[in-house]
Design a protein around this ligand. Structure first.
Ligand SMILES: NC(=O)c1ccc[n+]([C@@H]2O[C@H](COP(=O)([O-])OP(=O)(O)OC[C@H]3O[C@@H](n4cnc5c(N)ncnc54)[C@H](OP(=O)(O)O)[C@@H]3O)[C@@H](O)[C@H]2O)c1
Length: 181
């Protein structure tokens, strides 16, 4: 199998996708905006690129068999162009979306779910073989509480409630399955 490109490779989920792909022996290419300083596992190739800028991704996408795509933005600006470039080079895309997307809603009520819903439509219409993963809240979000816990031993904030979170390792395991099988 030729290389698989992992976007968000320095992030919570992408880093796990990288590690788990490497464990299967499949060659991994990673995308980051900071190829010189990104701390990535040994054995990967590193490509520079800015996700919403399609022209910057030609080199990263050329010669890979599949791509793990995150879209960490509040709009889909640039995404159609990115998918066009991907369709020229890649056969399969696995896109990380959110379980918050409501299939029955014309517009999503949550502003984070709207770009996820829009991205899903773009991926589905891209002409690539696609899998969309809808993840629930990722456990690593809790790291955002660290400062509060250190300072006050209490977590305060909107929307904090008992939630069944999913570990990024498990999201990545499903992504690796979809990328490779
Ligand atoms: N958090 C949740 O509960 C949740 C739930 C469902 C779905 N999701 C989805 O999961 C995605 C990934 O989450 P995560 O926690 O793994 O993300 P994260 O840890 O915040 O990492 C973000 C990644 O995005 C990359 N990035 C940011 N801007 C970029 C740009 N302009 N060009 C290229 N790369 C860029 C960063 O890479 P560099 O800095 O190296 O460039 C980094 O690797 C989210 O964006 C969201 O769509 C999250």
């Amino acid at each position: 199998m030729s290389e698989i490109l992992v976007t968000g490779a320095t992030g919570n989920v992408g880093r796990q996708v990288v590690v788990q792909l490497l464990a299967t022996g499949i060659p991994v290419r990673t995308l980051t905006r900071h190829p010189e300083s990104a701390r990535l596992p040994e054995g990967v190739t590193v490509a520079g690129g800015d996700l919403p800028d399609p022209d910057s991704l030609e080199g990263a996408l050329k010669g890979v068999s599949a791509v793990f795509l995150i879209w960490p933005f509040l709009t889909t600006e640039g995404a159609p162009g990115v998918l066009e470039v991907a369709a020229r080079h890649v056969r399969r895309i696995v896109h990380l979306s959110s379980s918050g997307v409501d299939d029955d809603a014309e517009r999503q009520t949550d502003p984070i779910n709207q770009p996820h819903a829009d991205m899903e439509r773009l991926v589905e219409g891209s002409g690539l073989g696609w899998t969309v993963l809808r993840s629930n809240t990722i456990a690593s979000n809790a790291r955002g509480w660290a400062d509060q816990i250190r300072a006050t031993h209490v977590v305060r904030g909107p929307g904090i409630a008992a939630t069944a979170v999913v570990h990024e390792h498990d999201v990545a395991a499903v992504a690796v399955h979809a990328l490779t099988d």
